[in-house]
Design a binder for this molecule. Sequence first.
Ligand code: SAH
Length: 343
Amino acid sequence: MQLEIDLAGQRVVIVGAARASRRVVARYRAAGADVECVAAESIDAVDLAATRLVVLVGGGHDGIEAGETLQERCRSEGVLFSREAGAVGPGQVTLVGGGPGALGLLTLDAAAALQDADVVLYDRLAPTRDLAALAPAAELVDVGKLPGHHRVPQSGINDLLVQHALAGRHVVRLKGGDPFVFGRGSEELAACLAEGVPCRVVPGVSSAISVPAAAGIPVTHRGVSHLFTVVSGHAPLTDEEHLHLAGLGGTIVVLMGVSTLPHLVAGLGRAGMRPDMPVAVVERGYSASQRTTAGTLATIVTAAGAARCQSPAVLVIGEVVRVGLELQGGAMHLARLTESLAS
Ligand code: SAH
């Protein structure tokens, strides 16, 4: 039976476990009802004063008898009563790209997944500051890895995703940038699918493009660079790779590259890249302490060392760095920097 009742402004009491009732609560709130939630254990203490409707969510096993008593009370006090099954079905995982850290660069799909999450597994590069508000119903678990301090190993994260989902929860795995750009998102997807857990991917705004943009540097520019390559600097590249990169003649964007910068610069130099090729290090994009250190292939190691550049940072190698600085009236800055460090 389906009844249409106008519940706007009406008091609705929802009785049940918080997790199972979450979607039911959201539905009645969306209908404009004045919702009060009562834990299943407090079923006898439900106050029915001025209540239009009582909804019992779940109410399985030992709740049945108490539910019948509640239904009886509702009947005698003229309050509507209904039962709903609640949300206990198979769980799911959503791998969400959170963008480079600015709330405005979170996608609408990412925000919707967080809003619906029962548990959020996040790490430090994700936009975590507003997480409690974005995922109001979720347990928040920090599985972040600081360089050198692997807090939860990848296999542990995979296990957590699967376990939470198998327990019927909607798990959001929130990652910085895009889940499939050096984010191990594909490994997590594989782990879920191997256990039969439904898994969806919400792409994010990758730092590879957005962090240079935050510093005003376009990764391509007509007539200057018609390609860009995104490289991980996590492990030092081989000389063959340096040769290929230098030979491409376009923009090179390096993530996780602060500690391997000297190795990369030396390798690109050996591979024939011009010493006056502009290079920028953009640290902590979209944070209050965002900073750009610019130089050339010949000067950047000294400049980055003097400025004590640190991870997280995106390196940009190519003429587009000059374009970006020119757009901001900073070309003189690069010219001066080149001269002063070369002399
Ligand atoms: N999946 C992510 C990248 C993960 S690798 C993405 O698509 O953006 C982590 C690296 O990303 C960091 O070492 C750094 O190089 C870069 N990074 C991510 N967020 C950044 C930010 N806000 N500022 C500077 N670099 C950032």
